[in-house]
Structure formats: C-alpha cells, structure tokens
Design a protein around this ligand. Structure first.
Ligand code: COS
Length: 384
C-alpha cells in the first residue's frame, strides 16, 4: 500500500528502518535475555534527532507530529518492542509538558528531551489506580513555594533511567478526578527513589520500576497547567499517545509476519514448501489483511490528530484497540505457522508473541478503549 508519504516522511521511515535492521535486530535477543536497557540504541536514536521529532522547532525539535513519530515507532517495533517501548514512553511522558506546560517549562525541559539527553517517564499508575485513573492516592500538598509529594507509582516505564518524570498526584482528594494535578519531578530530587525493577513476561529490554515519593519537594513552578487539571492532562496525554501504541502493534505484527512468511517458503513438508499449503496461505492472508487494516487506521488517526482537531479520544482508542488486537493475533499465528521452530528462541517470533501482550494492557487496557469508544458513541447518539 502507498500511504503517500512526503519526502521527509520517507526519509524518516527509511532511517528508522535502517536503525532497526542494523542496530536493533542483531542485539534484540541478547537484550531480552539479559533484560538490558538499550542505552546504545537510545544514543543512536538521539543522534538521528528522533527524540525531538514531534517537538516544535522553537524548543529544539524537528517540528513534525504524531504521524512521523508513529513511523519511527512502527519501524523500531518491527525489530523489538522492548526498544520501541523505551522510545515511545518518552513521548508519553513529554505530552503533558507539550500540551499543557507553560512557555517557561517548555523552554526549560523540551530542548533536553528533544536532543535525547534526558529520557522521560509518565507516572499515573499505582496499586489502586490504573484503569481507574482518578483513583490516584499519591498526594501533593502545597507548602509555601513547594509541593510536597508522597506516595508510590508502580509499573512505570523508563523508571530509574529517565531524568524527567511527569506525575499525576492528588492536590484535593475530596474532589475526585477534579482534585488531581500534574507535576514535573526531576531525578535527583530528594525524596524521589526507585523501587524494584519488575521481572516481566516480555518487553524485557525496557525498564519498569516503582517511583517512591517520600516528602519529595518540588518547586511550585513544576505544577503543569492549573491545580485540579491533572485528570484532564492525563486523559489528553493518553489520547495523543495511544496511536503510538497502535503503531507498535502494526510494527510487531509486521515483524512476526515477515518471519513467518520467510520460514513458510523454506520449510518443506509433504514434498513442498509449507507456503504452498492452502491452510498456511489462509493464515498468512488473514495476517497480512489485519496488518494492512491496522496500519491504515493508525496512520489515518495519527494524521487526524496532527490536524489539531479538538477531541480525538474515540479515534485514538480505536487505533490502539484494533492494531494491538491484530498484533496479538498475528504474533500468535506467526508462532503457529512456524510450529516447533516458532516456539524456539532461535527465531524471533516467540519473543514477539510475549512482547505483544503488553500492548493490549498498557496505556489503557483494550477493555478501557472499548469504554472510551462506547462513551463517545453515547454522546454522539444523543445528537442523532
Ligand atoms: N478528554 C477530555 N475530557 C475527558 C476525557 C478526555 N479524553 N476523558 C474524560 N474526560 C472528562 C469527562 O468528560 C468528565 O468531565 P466532567 O466531570 O466535566 O463530566 C471527567 O473527565 C471525568 O470523566 P469520567 O467520568 O468519564 O471518568 P472515569 O473516572 O469514569 O474514567 C476512563 C474514564 C475509564 C476513560 C479513564 O479513567 C481512563 O482512560 N482510564 C484508563 C487510564 C489509562 O490508560 N491507564 C493506563 C495507565 S497510564 S500508561
């Protein structure tokens, strides 16, 4: 399919593809095995200006949008979801500043983020808050010119490795969703420490840790937007970043499909390559169709969001939901097409299948995406 990329977009995709092929593929199995954070790859991505792709030029970025970001995420995901999660989580952590930060905050933080010098992480989830985003129990109390944060965030991607954390905490618990606020917390701030590194099913190259706040004092200027806007900031952040998760789904599905199709040509049974067997062809046909449909939706939604429409909750939830369900099905089927080989670590698809599962869970489970779409349908149907 031709998605009519302009010259710059084609260059971005080609460079990301080259990095995925040359730098990520050769080390992905080792990164997975050793659960090693991909610092070298992050440096290569920084040298290619990929951390600032969606950051405005005035703050040191390339001034592109979520569509170009999706192209990079897709290519990296074709090679390794652990690497692409590490990269994409930066955008998730940066959106609160990009969408709601003051000019001063943008000038202070965005250039270091755009250059890749400082990694970013987003902290919403806690023991009792995740799908229930307004169930946050971490508190932020204004004392003079500082907010004092107390509480624990869990399952935070880039936890411990990132220099900048955008955190949702309650400034007024009694107000529920309207009592949450968003803050920037820098690594090294006294009172911020990191808990255990999680041992995960997949995306093992990425770091997932707890963030522990114990009387952690941040200057009042680190409040993003206004007090009480935290829930909306988190929702709008997720509305923007969920297409990136969709792009991860497209990428990992493509990687699994490519491996399965190549293997099906090589593997002979009943005196013929198994790709000549109709049962295998039908599986590959369904996989290819799902991937193309997911890519078409993810690209359309990313372009729709970049056109600066106001409310994109429904469309971004659709892109995330559809593409990540496709990713799970395609990676499982790739293992099936490859049979015994697919189950072995010599081939990449068992890792892709393990990795893909997280896409149906993080940045809102796919059940939550259906809720978001359902709520939008209820609102829209009232206008019919
Ligand atoms: N954009 C703007 N406003 C939004 C919004 C959005 N995307 N989503 C909700 N709101 C508004 C609602 O309109 C409502 O406003 P009013 O109080 O003025 O009516 C307010 O925010 C509260 O919304 P709602 O009542 O729908 O909140 P719920 O607590 O029921 O939660 C869901 C709604 C489930 C959609 C939300 O909690 C969610 O997205 N959860 C998943 C979060 C997530 O992705 N977690 C993963 C970890 S982060 S990586």
């Amino acid at each position: 399919m031709d998605y009519f990329l302009d010259e710059e977009q084609s260059m971005i995709r080609d460079l990301a593809r080259q990095i995925a092929d040359d730098k990520v593929m050769p080390v992905r199995a080792e990164l997975d095995e050793k659960e090693e954070f991909p610092w070298e790859i992050m440096k290569t991505l920084a040298q290619s200006d990929f951390f600032g792709i969606y950051v405005p030029e005035e703050y040191g970025g390339l001034g592109k949008g979520g569509f170009e970001l999706a192209l990079v995420i897709e290519e990296l995901s074709r090679a390794c979801l652990g690497v692409s999660t590490t990269y994409a989580a930066n955008a998730l952590g940066t959106y609160p500043i990009l969408l709601y930060g003051s000019d001063e905050q943008k000038r202070k933080y965005l250039p270091g983020i755009a250059s890749g010098e400082k990694l970013v992480a987003f902290g919403l989830t806690e023991a009792n808050a995740g799908s229930d985003a307004s169930g946050v129990q971490t508190t932020a109390k204004l004392e003079g010119s500082e907010y004092v944060l107390n509480g624990t965030k869990q399952w935070i991607t880039n936890g411990g490795e990132a220099e900048i954390y955008t955190i949702i905490a309650m400034t007024d618990k009694a107000k529920g969703a309207r009592g949450a606020s968003a803050f920037i917390v820098e690594k090294g701030t006294p009172g911020l420490s990191f808990g255990k590194k999680e041992n995960k099913l997949g995306i093992k190259a990425s770091s997932t840790r707890e963030l522990i706040f114990e009387n952690c004092r941040v200057p009042r200027e680190n409040l993003i937007g206004k007090q009480g806007m935290g829930f909306i900031i988190a929702m709008k952040t997720l509305d923007n970043s969920r297409t990136g998760v969709g792009a991860q789904g497209v990428g990992v599905a493509q990687g699994a499909f490519d491996a399965a199709a190549a293997y099906a040509r090589e593997r002979h049974q009943f005196g013929q390559p198994i790709i000549s067997i109709q049962a295998v062809q039908h599986m590959l046909a369904d996989m290819a169709t799902g991937i193309e449909a997911a890519r078409a939706l993810v690209y359309s939604v990313a372009r729709f969001i970049d056109s600066k429409v106001k409310d994109v909750s429904k469309e971004s939830a659709m892109a995330k939901l559809f593409a990540t369900d496709v990713a799970m099905k395609v990676t499982v089927d790739a293992v099936q097409v490859m049979g015994g080989a697919g189950y072995m670590k010599e081939y990449p698809v068992e890792k892709m299948m393990r990795d893909a599962k997280i896409l149906q869970i993080y940045e809102g489970t796919n059940q939550i995406q259906r809720n978001v779409i359902g709520q939008a349908i209820i609102k829209e149907s009232a206008r019919l």
